[in-house]
Write a protein that binds this ligand. Structure first.
Ligand SMILES: [Zn+2]
Ligand SMILES: [Zn+2]
Length: 732
C-alpha cells in the first residue's frame, strides 16, 4: 500500500498522511482529499510505502487533477520561502498557484465550448454562403482552417458569430463539444497588434557595452544591476539581452512592479518579439486567464512571461533569464500573508537555476547598492540619456503661512508652458482635498473611530474619509468637542490643488490622476491615452504618475508636499524621497523639448534637499550607507518585525509582553531584541496593533533565533490575537 504526504492550505503544520488508494500520485500531484468535514485541494510532497500513522486511521485521496505534477524547482522555491519567511510549507506551496487550481471543482470551471465542422460541413459548403455574406464566409473558412474554434475566436472574425453558429448547428453543419480549455495557443492574432513594425533601435555605446557584457555570461548565474536614469534606455538593453536568450530557445521572466505599467511594456514586447508567445500574469486577471497564463508558462511554450510579484512563482522549465524592472520598488514586497519580497525570490530562483538576472533601476535600493559595493552583484551603468541630461531640480521656497498656495514663480512657469502648448505635471503624493479637519479653538482633529488616523476631507463628496479602513462620514458643521463652528481644513491633497489650479488657469484643461479617479477598470489606460494625445494641459497626480510613463509633450514637473518626508521617523524616508524625486524628474523633457523640475518647499535650506539636488546618486548612496553603518541599520544588519493585532488592547499587550520575554531568554549571539511598542498607526480598522523589532548581525544567527522564537510564539498563540513575522520589513 502506498501513502502520500499532502500539504494543505490550512493554518496547521503539515504535511498530512493519506492513503493513495487506486490513484497514481507522485510528488507534485494536485489532489482532492477529505479534511475534517470538508474536501480540500492538496499538494503531494512525497509518496512512500510506510506511514507513521496507523493505516486504518488514514483517509484516502479522493481524486487527482489531470495536471502535470509541480516540478522539483517549485518545491525548492517554496521550501526556501517557508524557511526564510517563517511560513508553513502548505502556505508557501499554495501561494504561487492560480486560484482556479486551488478549488476542488477546478476542472468544471475550465471547460469551454468548442465548435468543429461536422462531416457534412467538411464535405460541402452551405448554399447560403455567398459572396455577399462576407462575415459568415470568413467564419466558415476559419472553421475549415483551424478544425476547432472557440466562441471567442469566432467573434474576432464575425461579430454575429453566435447566431450563425447556432444556425449551422441546427442545420447539421457543425458539432459542438465541451473541452478543457486549450492552454497552448494563446498567441494574439497579428491584427490586434497596433500594426507597428518592429523598430530596431540603434544602441548607444553604453547600451551596447551593457548588452555585450551580460550576453557573454548567459550560461552562468550572475546578478547584474543595470543602473540608468529615466530615459537612459534600460528597456532596450533588456530587449537585446532577451533576444539573445530567446535565440537559445530559453524562456524569459520579466517582473514589473505595477499593473498599470504592464500594458505599455506588454505592447512594446509584442512589437519587438512578434514571433514569440508572450503571457502576462497579474492579479487583475480573471481566474481563467491566470490559469491559462500559468499553464502556458509551465508548459514551456511561452517564450516570455511578464508579470507582477506573484509571477515569480511561475515555473518556467526552460528559464534562461530573469529581468526585474524598477528593482527598488516597494510593490515587490507582499504586505499581507507571507510577506515575501519578489525581487529577492527572483534572485534565489536565478541562482538555483544558474541563470543571469538583471535588476534595473535609476535609484537602486540601498540593499542592492550595498551588494554591488560588496562585489556580490555586478553593476552596469547607463549614464548617457539619449535626450540629454536629466533636468536639475529647482528648489522654490515658499513661506510657511502660504503653504497652501502655489508659488507665483511656479504659476508663471506653468503659464509659460501653456502658452507654448506644452504639458505640465503637478505631483503631490496625497489624494483627497485636505489632510485634516481641525478646530481652531480647542485643537480637536477629526479622527477615524476605528483607526488612530486623521480623516481626510474629500471635497466633491464633502465627506470625511479614512484612507486606512475606508470609513466615511459627513463633514461636521461644528467641532465635536467644543461646538465651535469655525473648522479649518489643513494640508492639501490632489483635489484641492486641482481646484486652485482651475481658478488660476480657467482656460486650461486639467486632469487629476489618483486612486480615486482611476478606480474603474481601464480608467487609467484611457487617461494615459488622453495625456499622450496632448488633449490635456495640466495633470495633477500622485505616485501613480511618477513611474515609467512616457509623455512626450510634458515639459515641466512641479513637485509639492514632500516636506513631511524630511521629518519622518522611518530611516528609509530619505532614500524613498530621493527615489521619488528622481523618478518625477525623469518625466518632463522626454520628447524633443527640454524639461524643467520645480520643487516647492518651506525648507529649501534643509540639508536633505541640498544633498538631494547637488549630489549624484553614487555620492548620495555612499553617504546613506555611512549613516546606516553608524546607526547599525540595514543593510548592515538583518531585521524581523513581529506584527501583532487584536480587537482587545489588553490581550495584544499581554501577548507582546510574553513573547518579548521569551525572545530575550533565547541564547543566540548577535541578536538584539527591542521592546514591544505600538505600531505607527496603533489602531486600524478596529484592531489594536503592536510590534517587536529584532535585529541580527548575520542571517545565520537570525535564522537560528527565529527557529526557536517562532516555536515559542506558536505555543502562546491564542485566538484573540493575530500575528505575522515580517522578515526584512520595509516599514518599521
Ligand atoms: Zn473645538
Ligand atoms: Zn479608519
Amino acid at each position: 500500500m502506498s501513502f502520500a504526504q499532502v500539504h494543505l492550505d490550512v493554518p496547521l503544520q503539515g504535511p498530512f498522511d493519506y492513503r493513495a488508494g487506486p490513484h497514481q500520485v507522485v510528488r507534485g500531484s494536485i489532489v482532492v482529499v477529505p479534511f475534517r468535514n470538508k474536501k480540500l485541494v492538496g499538494i503531494v510532497d512525497c509518496v512512500s510505502d510506510v506511514s507513521l500513522v496507523e493505516s486504518r486511521r488514514l483517509k484516502q485521496i479522493e481524486s487527482v487533477f489531470d495536471l502535470d505534477p509541480l516540478p522539483p524547482s517549485y518545491f525548492s522555491l517554496c521550501r526556501f520561502v517557508s524557511q526564510y519567511y517563517c511560513a508553513r510549507m502548505g502556505q508557501a506551496l499554495f501561494l504561487g498557484l492560480p486560484t482556479a487550481v486551488r478549488r476542488i471543482d477546478f476542472l468544471n470551471r475550465l471547460t469551454e465550448t468548442v465548435f468543429t465542422l461536422s462531416d457534412r460541413g467538411i464535405q460541402e459548403v452551405p448554399a447560403h454562403l455567398t459572396a455577399r455574406t462576407i462575415g459568415k464566409r470568413r467564419l466558415f473558412d476559419l472553421l475549415l482552417a483551424e478544425g476547432a474554434i472557440t466562441l471567442r475566436q469566432a467573434l474576432l472574425v464575425y461579430s454575429n458569430a453566435r447566431v450563425a453558429l447556432a444556425q449551422w448547428h441546427a442545420e447539421g453543419w457543425t458539432n459542438t463539444l465541451e473541452q478543457r480549455q486549450n492552454v497552448v495557443s494563446l498567441k494574439a492574432p497579428m491584427t490586434r497588434l497596433e500594426e507597428g513594425e518592429i523598430k530596431r533601435i540603434n544602441l548607444t555605446t553604453p547600451q551596447r557595452l551593457a548588452v555585450e557584457t551580460i550576453v557573454a555570461k548567459l550560461d552562468v548565474h550572475q546578478t547584474w544591476l543595470l543602473q540608468g536614469v529615466t530615459g537612459s534606455g534600460k528597456t532596450e538593453v533588456y530587449f537585446e539581452v532577451m533576444a539573445k536568450t530567446l535565440d537559445l530557445n530559453r524562456q524569459v521572466l520579466v517582473l514589473v512592479p505595477e499593473i498599470n505599467l504592464t500594458p505599455q511594456l506588454e505592447s512594446r514586447l509584442r512589437k519587438r518579439f512578434p514571433d514569440h508567445e508572450i503571457v502576462t500574469l497579474n492579479s487583475s486577471m480573471t481566474d481563467k486567464e491566470r490559469y491559462k497564463a500559468w499553464s502556458v508558462a509551465r508548459s514551456g511554450s511561452a517564450s516570455i512571461v511578464l508579470g507582477t510579484r506573484l509571477s515569480v512563482f511561475a515555473s518556467l522549465p526552460q528559464l534562461g533569464l530573469i529581468v526585474v524592472d524598477e528593482e527598488h520598488d516597494l510593490s515587490y514586497k507582499q504586505v499581507e500573508g507571507v510577506r515575501y519580497n519578489a525581487r529577492d525570490l527572483a534572485i534565489y530562483v536565478a541562482s538555483q537555476q544558474k541563470v543571469p538576472i538583471v535588476l534595473g533601476s535609476a535609484t537602486p535600493s540601498l540593499e542592492t547598492y550595498f551588494n554591488v559595493v560588496e562585489s556580490r552583484y555586478k553593476r552596469l551603468v547607463l549614464e548617457e540619456r539619449p535626450q540629454g541630461p536629466l533636468p536639475d531640480i529647482e528648489l522654490i521656497p515658499i513661506e510657511r503661512t502660504q503653504s497652501r498656495a502655489i508659488s507665483s514663480e511656479i504659476i508663471n512657469a506653468m503659464q509659460g508652458c501653456l502658452d507654448k502648448s506644452e504639458q505640465v505635471l503637478v505631483f503631490l503624493n496625497r489624494r483627497g482635498y485636505a489632510s485634516a479637519l481641525f478646530c481652531s479653538s480647542c485643537n480637536w482633529v477629526a479622527m477615524c473611530g476605528g483607526c488612530s488616523a486623521r480623516l481626510t476631507i474629500h471635497h466633491h463628496s464633502s465627506r470625511l474619509r479614512c484612507h486606512y479602513c475606508g470609513y466615511q462620514s459627513k463633514v461636521p458643521d461644528q467641532c465635536a468637542e467644543c461646538g465651535n463652528q469655525d473648522l479649518i481644513d489643513l494640508g492639501q491633497g490632489t483635489q484641492r490643488v486641482e481646484e486652485s489650479l482651475r481658478t488660476q488657469f480657467p482656460n486650461a484643461s486639467i486632469m487629476r490622476i489618483d486612486s480615486d479617479t482611476t478606480k474603474r477598470k481601464g480608467a487609467f489606460k484611457e487617461m494615459r491615452g488622453v495625456i499622450e494625445n496632448s488633449d490635456v494641459d495640466i495633470i495633477v497626480g500622485t505616485q501613480m504618475l511618477a513611474k515609467g510613463h512616457d509623455f512626450p509633450n510634458l515639459s515641466l514637473a512641479v513637485i509639492m508636499g514632500t516636506d513631511q518626508s524630511l521629518f519622518s521617523s522611518d530611516f528609509r524616508a530619505t532614500e524613498r524621497l530621493y527615489q521619488q524625486l528622481l523618478q518625477v524628474s525623469g518625466r518632463p523633457g522626454r520628447g524633443k523639448k527640454k524639461g524643467r523640475v520645480m520643487l516647492q518647499t518651506e525648507f529649501s535650506q534643509h540639508p536633505v534637499y541640498q544633498s538631494l539636488i547637488h549630489q549624484t546618486f553614487d555620492e548620495f548612496a555612499q553617504q546613506l550607507l555611512t549613516e546606516r553603518k553608524e546607526a547599525a541599520f540595514p543593510p548592515y544588519c538583518y531585521q524581523v518585525l513581529l506584527r501583532v493585532a487584536g480587537r482587545q488592547e489588553a490581550k495584544v499587550w499581554t501577548f507582546l509582553t510574553r513573547v518579548q520575554k521569551d525572545a530575550v531568554r533565547i541564547k543566540v549571539s548577535g541578536i538584539e531584541v527591542y521592546d514591544a511598542v505600538p505600531s505607527p498607526i496603533f489602531k486600524m480598522a478596529g484592531l489594536y496593533r503592536g510590534q517587536i523589532l529584532i535585529q541580527a548581525g548575520s542571517r545565520k544567527s537570525m535564522r537560528e533565533f527565529l527557529r526557536i522564537w517562532s516555536g515559542c510564539i506558536e505555543e502562546l498563540q491564542e485566538s484573540a490575537v493575530r500575528y505575522v513575522l515580517d522578515v526584512d520589513p520595509l516599514d518599521v
